[in-house]
Design a protein around this ligand. Structure first.
Ligand code: C5P
Length: 287
C-alpha cells in the first residue's frame, strides 16, 4: 500500500491571451499548490478499481480512473491496481482537485509498478487528461503557459497564508471559457509581475484573473462571495481559475483563521491554507 497526497492549486494570477484554433484558450498563469489535499492510496491488484468517499464523480469522467487506465495501457498492460481516494478538495471549484488527483495517480502508479519513464512521457499523458494536470507533475509554485501544458517551475518563496472561500455552487470551466467575449484579451503583464516576484523568491502577491467578470455574470453567488471576502482582504483577493472559489491572502495564520471564521458565518465553505513546497516525488520536480 502506498499513499500519495494530491494538493489543491490556486491561481495567483491568470490571464487569457486569446482563443486558439483548437478551441482552447492561450493563457498565462502563476499556479501554486496549497496545503489542502486529497489522499490517494494504491495497492497491487489484477484489475483497475477505484473507491472514493464521494458518489459525485461518475466513472466515465473520473480522472483517477482515466489516468490509471492510460498509465496501464502505455507502460504496464499486465499490471492492475486498487485505488482509494479520500476527497477533501471541493469539486468543480477552480482548485484543480480532479487534475491533481490524476497527476497523483500517475505519481503513485509510477512508484507501485516501478515505471521507468521520463518527465516528457508523463507530460504527454498529462495533457491528454486535462489542461491543468501538467502543472501537478511539477507542483510547488510554477508559471504555466500555452493551454496549460507548458510549465516553468518557480522557487517555493516565503511562507504565505490564504483563506479559500467557496459559495457552494459548482462551476463548469468550459461554460466560463466559452462565455468569454471574443474581444476579451489580456496581454499578461500582471501575471508576469507576479512571476517575476516569485522568481526572486519573494512573496508573489496577487495579480489578476481575466475569467472573473465572465464568471460573475454567469454565477451571481460567486460575485457576492468575492465582494464579501474582498472586504476583509482588499486588493489581496482573487478568484481561483474558473471559480467559484475565492482566495484571500493574509499576513499570518491568526489573521487568516479569524477571517475564515468570519466568512463561515455567511454559510461559505472555508479552508485556511499555506503554500506547499514542491515535493521531490513529482516526475518533473527536478526539471
Ligand atoms: O483541459 P480541460 O478538459 O480541463 O478543460 C476544460 C474546458 O476548459 C475545455 O473544454 C475548454 O472549454 C476550457 N479551456 C480552455 N482553454 C484552456 C483550458 C481549458 O478553453 N487553456
Amino acid at each position: 500500500m502506498l499513499t500519495v497526497r494530491a494538493a489543491a492549486k490556486i491561481n495567483l494570477s491568470l490571464e487569457i491571451l486569446g482563443k486558439r484554433p483548437d478551441g482552447y484558450h492561450e493563457l498565462v498563469s502563476v499556479m501554486r499548490e496549497v496545503t489542502l489535499v486529497d489522499e490517494l492510496r494504491v495497492s497491487h491488484s489484477d484489475d483497475i478499481a477505484l473507491r472514493t468517499n464521494t458518489t459525485d464523480i461518475p466513472d466515465g469522467v473520473n480522472l483517477v480512473l482515466r489516468a490509471a487506465r492510460a498509465m496501464q495501457e502505455r507502460f504496464k498492460p499486465d499490471q492492475g491496481a486498487h485505488l482509494s481516494l479520500e476527497k477533501r478538495i471541493p469539486l468543480a471549484a477552480g482548485l484543480g482537485g480532479g487534475s491533481s488527483d490524476a497527476a497523483a495517480t500517475l505519481v503513485a502508479l509510477r512508484q507501485l509498478w516501478g515505471v521507468d519513464a521520463t518527465c516528457h512521457d508523463y507530460l504527454d499523458l498529462a495533457s491528454s487528461l486535462g489542461s491543468d494536470v501538467s502543472f501537478f507533475l511539477y507542483g510547488g509554485t510554477s508559471l504555466v503557459e500555452g493551454r496549460g501544458e507548458r510549465v516553468v517551475p518557480l522557487p517555493d518563496g516565503p511562507e504565505a497564508w490564504y483563506v479559500l472561500v467557496n459559495p457552494g455552487v459548482r462551476v463548469s470551466t468550459a461554460h466560463v471559457f466559452n462565455s468569454l467575449a471574443s474581444e476579451d484579451r489580456w496581454e499578461g503583464s500582471a501575471t508576469c509581475e507576479v512571476a517575476a516576484r516569485s522568481a526572486r523568491n519573494e512573496d508573489p502577491g496577487i495579480g489578476t484573473n481575466s475569467l472573473q467578470t465572465t464568471l460573475f455574470s454567469l454565477y451571481p453567488d460567486a460575485e457576492r462571495c468575492f465582494e464579501t471576502t474582498a472586504e476583509l482582504a482588499p486588493r489581496r483577493t482573487i478568484v481561483s481559475g474558473s471559480g467559484p472559489t475565492v482566495v484571500a491572502q493574509f499576513d499570518g495564520a491568526n489573521q487568516a483563521g479569524a477571517a475564515a471564521a468570519e466568512l463561515a458565518r455567511y454559510g461559505y465553505w472555508t479552508a485556511t491554507v499555506r503554500n506547499r513546497p514542491r515535493k521531490g516525488d513529482r516526475p518533473c520536480a527536478s526539471s
